[in-house]
Design a protein around this ligand. Sequence first.
Ligand code: XEN
Length: 358
Amino acid sequence: SHSMFDNYPLKDVTLRNRIAVSPMCMYSSEDGFPTDWHLVHLGSRAVGGAGLVIMEATAVSPDGRISPGDSGIYTDAHVEPFARIADFMKQQGAVPGIQIAHAGRKASAQKSWEGGAHIGASEGGWETIAPSAICFGDKLDKVPAAMTLDDIARVKADFVAAAQRSLAAGFQWLQVHFAHGYLAHEFYSPLSNQRTDQYGGSFDNRIRFLMETFAAVREVWPERLPITVRLSVTDWVDGGVTLEESIDLIGRLKSAGLDMIDVSHGMNTPDIANIPSEPGFMIPYAGRIRREVDIPTTASWLITQAEQAEAAIQREQLDVVTLAREMLRDPYWPYHAAEELGVDVAQDLLPIQYARAV
Ligand SMILES: CCCCN1C=C(C(N)=O)CCC1
C-alpha cells in the first residue's frame, strides 16, 4: 500500500504527495476577481508543501455566487488574475486546482462572518434560481424561482465556459461542485427537487442535470487532465439522497469520464441532528465507495492528524487526503506531518529559500 508522501499520478498530472488543500470560501473577491489575499492564501499553502491546492468555489455566473464576496470566473477578464495565482502555485511545486460552482437557492447571502443569511437587493443581493421554488430554510429563507428549461441550458453553458476559462488560466485539476446544498445537489435531492418534468421525480431524472453538466464540462476539459466531482453522498435524513443512490451515480459519472470522486455530505437541509462528529467520519464512507465503484477517491471532514491521514491512505480508504480547516490553522501541515511521521521528505517540501535554513 502507499504512504501519504508517495507521489500520486492521475492522467498526465502527478501530485508530489497525497495531500490536498480543500477549496474553502474566503468571501474576499470583488465581482468574482481574486485579490492579493488569494495569492498569499493559496500561495502559502503551495509553499507549505501540499501536492494539490484547490481554489475555492468559483461561481460560473454572478447569480451563482453564495455571497457578493465570492470568487467567480464568469468573464474572460477573470482569466488573467487567476493565471497569476495558478502560475505561482505551479512554481512552488503544487498542482493548481479550481472548483467551479453554482450556489442555487443558497445564493445571495451574507459572508459567513456576517452571519450567512440571505440578503435583499438593498444589500447587494439578487434573485435566486433552483430546481423548484422551495427555500432551504432557517436564515436562507428566500424562495428561489423554479428554473425553466432555458435557465437549465444557460447554467450548463456557464459551467462549460467556466471550465474553459479555468483551463485558459492554467489550472490543471478541475473539481465540479455537486455538493453542500448548492444547485447540482438541489437537483439531485428530493428535499429540494420536486419538478414534474424530465429533471425531477425518478433517480434518473434527478441526476439528469448532474450527468448533462458533467458530460458537457468533460467534453471541453482536456482528457489528459483530471476532472473530479465533490458530491454530498447523503442528506442524513429520510427522503433525502442516500449512500446507495450515490454509489450508483458515482458509477455512472465514472463511465462518463470522472477521474476522482471527492466524497462529502449534507448541507441541503437545516436539520443537522444526524450528522456525525467523530474525527475523519467520512473516511469509512469514502472507503466503501472507493471499493464498490473502483474509482480514485478523496474526502475531508475532521482530518487533522498525520497518523490519521496516513492510516486512511495505507488502508486504501483514500487515494488523497483533503484537509480544509486544518490547513487554515497550519499551511505547513505537510512539512509538520512529515517530521512527525519521521518520513524523510520534510526538507524536500520546503522552498529552496527555507530549506536547510530551518
Ligand atoms: C464546515 C463545512 C463548511 C461548509 N461550507 C461549504 C461551502 C462550500 N462552498 O462548499 C461554503 C460555506 C461553508
